[in-house]
Design a protein. Structure first.
Length: 399
């Protein structure tokens, strides 16, 4: 399998978000149980229209689920869930199960919402535009106007999503600017912003805050990267939002570290910075909101994410993980037995068995796109064929 094919099997990391993932982790089991019950109720109604009251039960529970999605700002899931509610209500109001197309579309939508929740947890990003086709498919049954990608692109319509963060940042070392001078200017104001507790600023402190703002403005005048435009909007007239809360302090500290490119740009604090900056009431923030609205993944990148969205679900991957772990444990037991010399089988038979198991596991991992791990196991199998005693390499691989 070539590298491009292997990449298609791995979780895309094309964007970052400020979405609160722990909240979804806590709700995950409840969300999945709710959708599973809805799927069962829809199936029972499809078999027997007298089971329509079950749809009413699902509608009420899903309305509560929409409120939960809204509360945690998982807007794409909320929009799809609302569309599912509308479709179920349409079936219930009609009182019959003859609308096969709507039933099939609802079944697809329920499955997609289940997968999308899992997608967000696994990729640690939100891409509500992936849900637009199925949302529009459901809404078409009630002649509602289709939504477009712009529905989720404006600031405030969803969690902040930064597409291709690396392409939206430019290191100061590439801008031919006096990095040390700019860093010191920013830090002089940062110390004031972090320590202020009452919002009161004297003239000396204001000069330092102005220097902080000027440093970011100078950088932004030399690059149109989203990061530095957000930095300028965030710190312009920063005295107006003092004292800062803990999240805002963390965001400005992260910004200071990026003057020296200390941290990866693929960091959720980039999204936090854009969120903080877009909420500011200044001209820079207005321009930033326009720039943010045009920041999105390209078609090929969305297709890559779509493939992952509709790929193997967690149940399947957990099953594969269990099978692979069992194979690894068997190999470890055989290696331990060989090392201790307590097996009744001849040494040649033991090594042949270990080689076969390593080769089989290597083939399985290669099929799953895990080429590096597969290559390591192939090398281990080759090493075992020359064993006189267990080598450190094979012991490390097995453990």
């Amino acid at each position: 399998m070539d590298q491009s094919a292997q990449m298609k099997l791995t979780a895309p990391t094309l964007s970052i978000t400020d979405f609160n993932l722990p909240s979804l982790h806590l709700l995950h089991d409840e969300v999945i149980a709710t959708l599973k019950d809805t799927e069962i109720h829809l199936g029972e109604f499809n078999d027997d229209s007298s089971q329509a009251p079950l749809l009413s039960d699902s509608i009420e529970v899903l309305k509560q689920l929409s409120c939960i999605f809204k509360l945690i700002s998982l807007v794409g899931a909320e929009a799809l869930n609302d569309a599912i509610v509308g479709g179920l209500q349409r079936l219930y109001d009609n009182g019959d199960n003859n609308d096969t197309d709507l039933i099939m579309d609802l079944s697809e939508a329920i499955m997609t919402l289940d997968r999308y929740v899992e997608f967000v947890l696994l990729t640690e990003s939100v891409e509500p535009t992936l849900l637009i086709p199925v949302i529009n498919k459901l809404n078409a049954h009630s002649q509602e106007a289709p939504i477009t990608a712009d529905y989720f692109s404006a600031f405030g319509s969803s969690s902040v999503i930064i597409a291709n963060p690396e392409q939206n940042f430019e290191s100061l070392s590439t801008l031919n600017l006096d990095t040390e001078l700019l860093t010191n200017a920013y830090r002089s104001g940062l110390s004031i912003a972090l320590l202020n507790q009452d919002g009161k600023i004297d003239s000396a402190d204001q000069q330092k805050l102005d220097a902080m703002s000027a440093a970011c403005a100078l950088i932004a005048s030399n690059t149109d990267s989203l990061f530095w435009q957000a930095a300028t909007a965030a710190v312009t007239d920063i005295a107006a939002v003092l004292p800062l809360n803990l999240s805002q302090k963390h965001t400005l500290i992260y910004l200071e570290q990026q003057f020296q490119s200390y941290l990866p740009v693929m960091d959720t604090r980039f999204a936090d910075l854009v969120s903080f900056a877009c909420q500011r009431d200044n001209e820079q923030a207005h321009q930033l909101r326009e720039q943010y609205a045009s920041n999105h993944l390209e078609g090929a990148q969305l297709e890559q994410m779509k493939r992952f969205l509709f790929g193997p679900n967690r149940e399947l991957t957990d099953t594969l993980n269990t099978i692979i772990q069992n194979q690894i444990n068997n190999i470890k037991e055989h290696v331990d037995s060989y090392a201790r010399g307590d097996s009744i089988n001849p040494i040649d038979m033991q090594t042949a068995q270990t080689i076969e198991e390593l080769t089989e596991l290597s083939s399985a991992l290669r099929l799953l796109g895990l080429s590096n791990a597969a290559n390591s196991l192939s090398e281990a199998a080759e090493a075992v064929s020359h064993w006189q005693a267990p080598s450190l390499t094979i012991l490390i691989i097995c453990y």
